[in-house]
Each structure stands twice: as C-alpha cells, then as structure tokens.
Design a protein around this ligand. Structure first.
Ligand code: AMP
Length: 302
C-alpha cells in the first residue's frame, strides 16, 4: 500500500536526565516517516522554513521517503522544546513556536492522491480532513493521532474528522479526555461510536493496548536498560504500526496484532538515543531480532 503521512517536521530542543540538545530534527512526521520507511515507501506531507537546509533534509534522503510533499516556505521551521522529569514519565513543554506551521495548508502533489494508507499525525483536525478530501477513492486504512489541545479547543472539528478514521492512536489520558470515560474498554466503545473501529492506546513504558470490536490485544513496553530520550516514541510507534500494515497490504486481526509489535519495536529503538538518531542508524535485521525477542518475552504455555 502507498503510505502517506501528514504532520509536523520540526526542530526540537530536548532536555532529559541524560543530556540536553538545543536544536535537533524532530516533528511527528519525521519520526513516523523514518520508522515506517523500514517497511514500505512513505510520502511525507509537511512544511519547513528557510532555516531547514539541505543538510537537515539529508536525514530523509537515501531512504524510501518521498519529499515532494514537503513544502518550503519563507519564515522559520516549527520549533518545540521540552524537558523530562527525573523518571522521564512527565514532560513539560517549554516552547512551542508554530512559525511556518501557523499558515500551513497542506496540498497533496497529484502523485500522492492515490495513497491507500494514510496517517494523520497530530495537527489541526481541519487540516487532517483537508488532506483526506484531496485523496482519490477510498483508502484501505486511515490512522489518526490527536492531543489534548485539539480535544479541548476544536471538539466539533475533531469529531467530524474522526468519522473518517479507521484507527485512532492516542494515549490513555487523551482517551479518557475524548470520551469522558475512565475505564478504557468503555472508552473504546465510545470511540467506536465516533467512527474508528480500532483504538490503539499508547501507554509509554507500559506498552500499548489495542481494542477492536471483536478482539483485544496488548503488548508490553520492551524492557530497556538505557532510555535516553522518550521524544517521538509515540510517532515512531505509529510509523512502525502503519508501515508494517502498508508493507503487508492487508488489514485483519493477524496483521493488526503484528503491527502492534512492530510499533512497539520502533518506539523502543527511538528512546535509546536523542532525537531521531537511533532511527537513522537502525537496520532491518535489528528490527526483526527485536520483534523475535518480543515474541519470546510474551509467549507462555497454559
Ligand atoms: P511524541 O514524543 O511522540 O509525543 O512527539 C514529539 C514530537 O512532536 C516532537 O518532535 C515535536 O516536534 C512534535 N510536536 C510537539 N508539539 C506539537 C504540536 N503542537 N503539533 C505538532 N507537533 C508537535
């Protein structure tokens, strides 16, 4: 399946107990594309400013990432900065400068309009929908991420966009906030009424839970000795998940379960180093090896 992602391409400032970087390539679409491109070609739709140089773009080159949809505008690239707590479970946003992102109006290159797998990363739900409107025919699978900001400020627009999504991928707080249900299974039923028939709840180091009308599947977080920077774990999860589905070209219970594992594998690699570094050095053989370890980690006899 041809996989399209729309979302932020950014410069990030990151502070964790393991160090600090002032400015490194980030953004949801960057993590997603780097993760997904290990499985299938990715079409990236986003916007950057004049400060985004050929050297920054080089990170995406030589991979199966098509940048025709990456608009270069006058002004500065979206900048985000965050600081993690000592145990890295809490994150404080220090800076959000929208810059060129403030006037972003995604336009799909004609070659992207036949995309059959789509991931709408966390951006304004109205922009997410505008991307869907530009796609021809009915895509096989549409995944969507969002955050508290849109749940609070644009609830009607978000609900409209959700009607078109197949898989909603959010964290547990966002699930509760969106549905008003504390219990995650009840929350999933509420989500099904909004449109998506699959809810994937990302739970950081505790793994991820998938609730589908007919089945539930859970993966743990991969036990790691070294976690340097949790930034982008959720977007890398989404990239591994959607990339795997795009690569196999089928969406059913079996492939959705495997997608959960590949999502967790990609998320677990990302957090081992700062920013996108680990993803850029990752080899397909390492992904396969860690997926096997996941299988052993969770297998048992009754
Ligand atoms: P995650 O750690 O998976 O939640 O994603 C972190 C990435 O999201 C960072 O690389 C940021 O550049 C990006 N980001 C942070 N805030 C926003 C926002 N309001 N809209 C879009 N992207 C954002």
């Amino acid at each position: 399946m041809s996989l399209l992602v729309v979302g932020s391409v950014a410069f990030d400032g990151i502070e964790t107990p393991h160090g600090k970087v002032e400015r490194t390539l980030g953004g949801a679409a960057s993590y997603f594309a780097l993760a997904a491109s290990h499985f299938t070609p990715v079409r990236l739709v986003g916007i950057v400013g004049e400060d985004f140089t050929a050297k920054d773009e080089a990170v995406f080159r030589g991979r199966r990432i098509d940048l025709k949809g990456l608009e270069h505008a006058s002004g500065k690239t979206f900048f985000w900065a965050g600081r993690y707590s000592q145990n890295m479970n809490e994150r404080t946003t220090l800076v959000t400068e929208l810059n060129v992102f403030a006037n972003f109006n995604p336009t799909l290159p004609p070659e992207y309009r036949d995309s059959s797998a789509i991931f709408l990363a966390n951006i304004d739900p109205t922009l997410q929908r505008s991307v869907l409107k530009q796609v021809q025919g009915k895509p096989k699978v549409i995944g969507l991420d969002t955050m508290n900001y849109w749940i609070e400020r644009t609830p009607a627009e978000l609900r409209e966009t959700l009607k078109h999504a197949d898989i909603l991928m959010i964290n547990d707080d966002e699930t509760r906030q969106l549905t008003g249900e504390h219990n995650l299974l009840r929350a999933a039923k509420a989500v099904f009424k909004l449109g998506p028939k699959t809810l994937v709840i990302k739970r950081g180091e505790h793994g991820a839970l998938m609730v589908h009308k007919n089945f539930i599947f859970s993966v743990p977080g991969y036990p790691l000795e070294e976690v340097h920077d949790p930034t982008g774990a959720g977007d890398s999860f989404a990239g591994g998940f959607m990339g795997y589905l795009g690569g196999v070209g089928r969406v059913n219970e079996q492939t959705l379960r495997r997608a959960m594992v590949y999502g967790s594998v990609l998320g677990s690699f990302t957090v081992e180093r700062f920013g996108v570094e680990r993803l850029t050095k990752l080899k397909r053989a390492e992904i396969t090896a860690r997926a096997r370890l996941f299988s052993r980690l969770t297998s048992f006899k009754l």
